[in-house]
Ligand binder design. Structure first.
Ligand SMILES: [Zn+2]
Ligand SMILES: [Zn+2]
Length: 196
């Protein structure tokens, strides 16, 4: 196998291998990549910092793709602190992960971002990370968990509709929600923003 020219490429391969195998030894990775163990540790640093993988006893394990934001992590869009219950993550092909405070900011970020691999967000009822592209969103309900207008995510249309019955708002697909947000996002979005 050709040696990989840069850490960006190596990280991409590491992530693909981990998606296949879940757990790999650092030695094995170094051999596969024809680099030193130190280099593997360096390549893994971003993944470890974002919580995507964990290292122990010379092994690296892909955590269920359900990364927790590192402590004190802030939204890449509005800069507010990221709350676990509305966490939104964008996974780039480079292996980097962008974090947003909620689906409102996350969908706008996703719209502006190239080189994305996947995007996940918390199902508001069950707390599982779900694929954003297949999710259902309740927009503008009375529950303002984070940014305004409130955008809450649900894995199933049934859950979204049940939530809408109780708390109002509209149930939209990914495409509908994303295009709505891209038209309105020039407004200040976060309730904690100081008045202008
Ligand atoms: Zn935000
Ligand atoms: Zn938010």
């Amino acid at each position: 196998m050709e040696p990989f020219k840069n850490s960006e490429q190596r990280r991409e391969h590491i992530l693909n291998w981990l998606r296949e195998h879940r757990v790999l030894s650092i030695d094995d990775l170094a051999a596969r990549l024809s680099v030193s163990i130190m280099t593997v540790h360096r390549d893994l640093e971003t993944f470890v910092n974002t919580g995507l993988v964990e290292k122990s006893y010379g092994k690296v394990r892909l955590r269920a793709e359900n990364p927790q934001p590192s402590r004190g992590s802030v939204c890449g869009m509005c800069g507010s602190a990221v709350a676990d219950r509305t966490l939104f993550t964008i996974h780039l092909q480079s292996g980097n992960i962008l974090t947003a405070c909620c689906a409102h900011c996350g969908l706008i970020m996703l719209n502006n971002q190239t080189g994305t691999y996947s995007a996940l967000t918390k199902d508001f009822l069950h707390g599982r990370m779900v694929n954003v592209l297949q999710a259902h969103f309740v927009v503008n309900s009375r529950i303002q968990a984070c940014c305004i207008p409130s955008v809450l995510c649900f894995a199933t249309a049934d859950d979204a509709s049940a939530f809408q019955l109780g708390f109002g708002g509209e149930v939209w697909s990914f495409e509908e929600t994303a295009s709505h947000l891209s038209m309105t996002h020039h407004h200040k979005t976060h309730p904690n923003d100081e008045a202008l």
